[in-house]
Ligand binder design. Sequence first.
Ligand SMILES: [Zn+2]
Length: 81
Amino acid sequence: MPEPECEEALDRLFEYIDHELPEEEIHRIGEHLKTCPPCEAEHKINEKIKRLVNQTRHETAPDALRQRVLDAIRATRETPA
Ligand SMILES: [Zn+2]
């Protein structure tokens, strides 16, 4: 069963990556990621996906590349942590 801190961190991961959270929450989640390898792994994966998606957008998105990103996201979701 995930710890409440993990649930919170994973819940806010995208906002954390986008820096859309109040300073104190960014700090709290950042501290949690430092001490919690499974959450940190999830954070790294999501950061990578976000970077890929952004690249895809900027490059006027060749469909093949976008499809690859979507497949990668799906694969990530289907793989248990
Ligand atoms: Zn955690």
